[in-house]
Design a protein around this ligand. Structure first.
Ligand code: NAP
Length: 278
């Protein structure tokens, strides 16, 4: 039984980096917590600190989300515990290696964690949120979701999935009382970079945000009702015009006939027209 009106937040990847900051900020906002990650020692230490500094109830679950049995345990908690009002799908890994230098087994593991686990946990949490008419899902995507040329393409693809999935979830669940937010951090100062293969100090300081500032900005975006929050993007109008262009185009993407430029003979005709104009 949650000890607070806010209910309980389940945070994946809570042992370090962005997830540990979410744990701190959400406890301070009055949530009880369930912290999930592989490193039991780090989870236990964080839980003790947060219990004594905030007085909140903090449980931990050591689980490898790439392990089917462990993942099933987290799914079972999300299905059974009606006190859970907030799921933060944060656990994830990245890579910086280009395709030809990347190990496909590692890429596959990344897809399982960044896409597979996030999807299964969402499927476990969402029905209860809908039944209770209350719940929030925060999905940690990345700016590479809309800039896949920036890092490894499988990482970018996995985060594009998170963005598309979140937009669709919002479309389907907003009217059922479920809030969905996709957060697209830029470079953030965590262990992510060492794990991904580029030490943080190789990045220009001007493009790296602290994890504290990133999470505070993301929670401010949540408070403002945003579905997509890009903490580093100075001008919101840039996202709004990108999104407006996407939505305008989406009404034109299916047709019984090919576009005129793809009709048989159209390409040869246009080449001939260009040649005769020279
Ligand atoms: N840092 C950035 O520049 C940046 C930018 C954009 C998006 N993001 C995204 O932000 C999220 C958090 O990353 P971070 O920057 O905080 O990195 P981090 O400091 O490396 O933290 C990653 C967290 O995920 C957990 N984790 C990793 N593999 C796991 C697994 N198989 N099962 C369960 N938990 C696992 C780690 O804990 P254990 O090792 O204890 O399991 C850790 O708590 C990720 O989804 C990442 O893609 C980061």
């Amino acid at each position: 039984m949650s000890t607070t009106d806010k209910g309980t937040a389940l945070i994946t990847g809570a042992s370090a980096g962005i997830g540990a900051i979410y744990a701190d900020r959400l406890a301070k906002r009055g949530y009880d917590l369930i912290l999930v990650a592989r490193d039991k020692t780090r989870l236990t230490g964080l839980a003790q600190r947060l219990r004594s500094s905030t007085g909140r109830s903090v449980d931990t679950l050591a689980a490898d989300l790439n392990d089917k049995t462990d993942l099933a345990k987290v799914e079972a908690i999300l299905r059974a515990n009606a006190d859970i009002t907030l799921l933060v799908n944060n656990a994830g890994v990245g890579a910086t290696a280009p395709l030809l230098n990347a190990d496909v087994e590692k890429m596959d593991d990344m897809i399982h964690l960044n896409v597979g686990a996030l999807t299964r946990l969402t499927y476990a949490a969402a029905p209860g949120f809908v039944t209770r008419g209350r719940g929030t899902i925060i999905n940690i995507s990345s700016i590479v979701a809309i800039s896949p040329e920036t890092l490894n393409g499988v990482y970018g693809g996995s985060k594009a999935f998170v963005l598309a999935f979140s937009l669709s979830l919002h479309h389907e669940l907003a009217e059922k009382g479920v809030r969905v937010q996709a957060v697209l951090p830029g470079a953030t100062a965590t262990d992510f970079w060492d794990v991904a293969g580029v030490p943080l100090h190789h990045l220009p300081a001007a493009i790296v945000m602290s994890a504290g500032d990133m999470v505070d900005a993301a929670l401010t975006g949540l408070d403002q009702g945003e579905v997509v929050t890009i903490p580093s993007l100075a001008d919101k109008v840039d996202w709004d015009s990108y999104e407006t262009a996407r939505r305008t185009m989406s009404g034109k993407l299916s047709s019984a006939v090919p576009a005129p430029r793809y009709r048989v003979g159209a390409f040869a005709a246009s080449k001939a027209a260009v040649a005769s104009a020279k």
